[in-house]
Design a protein around this ligand. Sequence first.
Ligand code: ADP
Length: 444
Amino acid sequence: MNRNWRGTLIRHLALLVGACLLVGLISGHYGACLAIGLGLYLAWTLKQLLRLHDWLRERKPDEPPPDGHGLWGDVFDSIYHLQRRDQRVRGRMQAVIDRIQESTAALKDAVIMLDTDGNLEWWNRAAETLMGLKSPQDGGQPVTNLVRHPRFKEYFEQEHFLEPLEIPSPTNDRIRLQLHITRYGNNEHLMLVRDVTRIHQLEQMRKDFIANVSHELRTPLTVIAGYLETLLDNVEDVNPRWVRALTQMSQQGNRMQSLLNDLLLLAKLEATDYPSDNQPVAIDRLLATVVSDAQALSAAGNHEIALEAAPGVRLKGSESELRSAFSNLIFNAVKYTQAEGRIRIRWWADTQGAHLSVQDSGPGIEARHLPRLTERFYRVDSSRASTTGGTGLGLAIVKHVLMRHRGRLEISSVPGHGSTFTCHFATAQLASRTYPVTQDGALD
Ligand code: ADP
């Protein structure tokens, strides 16, 4: 194998030429002998090349190479060994792929692979039971044709896969599925689907429990608050020692009432995916009324509140839900910004959709709190919250209202330099355009 073929070849050629010249010397025809000798050598070489070609083309698996002499035999053997090695590697890789496919097939969770265009490429057995995919006829079909839930289509097209999506199973409404999508490779998608029916039921029980308790507490609390108010209205008949206690009881009663109202509102928002009301809402007018309420709330605080709202940019949705979300953000800016502070409210639309930003010159929020702010009852500083009278549910309500209106909340803040809360709404949520569009697509 490791023979020095260069030397051998030169020797063979020298021998051939020598023999031809010898025959030429005997016969007296040097030229003809040399031409015949070299021609024969060329014919033999071509014959070996043809044998190699035929073997490569018509080769059956494991068929050994044809016998060859000299360098050609070595070439045949080398190619044969390379191919055998290649086959072994391929066999090993196939075994690994088979094992991976077997283990994913045994998974209870569905695994679905999609190509760059979102067409189905491969899926395991659980995907057939959970998602109703049929093998092989669904292969190559767009996933949005097979999973027809409107929230899935929107989620897939928006490509914001940080949060999982929960939808009912296409095969059975009572099964609740959680979908995680990850992008990999050349923008292909890997979709993992889990059955979360049990967790969903527990979550539902928790929501129902809170809604029922809040509902049941409302009546007794209204009665207590009513009597306290009546007593305080006739404060001259009340023993002066009790006035302070009654005033505090009345304040705390009011706080509990707003807490119950917020809890009931959250329960209502969680009960459905979208608001039943889907009218175009004139946000500029809505903001003007919220701002005048905010000015009343500020009162002695004397905040400088500036509103810049693009007229004619209307949002489809529920006016009351949007009002409560926007007032939560604007009232928070008033509550948490020191007296004489500045608050700037902007409402505008561009090619990305519509946006509302509420910027304040308040104390700001440390970065570590930002991801948790929209959690229920999460407060940056509980001592400060008790003085502002907040329920701790305001931003949770904002988050839910935005989700129901195809929106998301972005919070940015620098401690000591104020905070900005921005609501982003998808273009699909804008009511039919009543405002001019410039040539480059930017909205006036
Ligand atoms: P709360 O009823 O306590 O205001 P929220 O859910 O509205 O509850 O807000 C959660 C927490 O976020 C608040 O307790 C407060 O610490 C912080 N926060 C909200 N808005 C602002 C703001 N504009 N500036 C500073 N902190 C804020």
